[in-house]
Design a protein around this ligand. Sequence first.
Ligand code: IMP
Length: 202
Amino acid sequence: MRRFTGDKLVIASHNKGKLREIAALVEPFGVSVVSAGDLGLPEPAETEDTFAGNARIKAHFAAKESGLPALSDDSGLMVDALNGAPGVYTADWAETPNGRDFSRAMEKTWALLETDKAPEPRRASFNCTLCLAWPDGHDEIFDGQVSGRLTWPPRGEQGFGYDPMFIPDGFDVTFGEMDPAKKHDMSHRAVAFAKLVEGCFG
Ligand code: IMP
């Protein structure tokens, strides 16, 4: 396992919610972060059908273009009764001609469960796959999941994406209602991050 020894890391994401969460997670290690967007890098097409495949595309592209180590996050929601959908297509379900609309994506998810008369609780999990890539082509990959159930209507203004319809196991609040510090402690991203820290930053 390769250690991260620098003091500057590119966050290979254009997603503001992820950027906020990832910056908060690495800053305690004295690492300064710059986003791929701040460097003017375009978003590469995510052409793989696995989280790890797409995480690799994003991290290697940013590392190669910037000459710095780069960290990407490929994540998504997997709904049991929908055979794991939307999965790697989680962001795509929010696409509209005017940009991403997660209220619509959540409505679509719930409508499919209603059509299928899926029994309650409607189990789901979030997955996060992190890829830390270096400009020489080396990478390390880490995964994290958090399980829970979906609820309707969506609740809460915190977080991003599908947070307002997801209640993690052991809680009565959605990720959208949860204090962000608490979400950072126990989310799929936190689980993957703990592994990254242990493997590369510890
Ligand atoms: P991608 O990794 O950029 O392909 O997009 C993953 C999508 O999954 C995001 O756009 C979010 O909608 C969703 N997602 C990932 N992590 C979270 C989370 O922590 N809360 C809510 N939605 C998430």
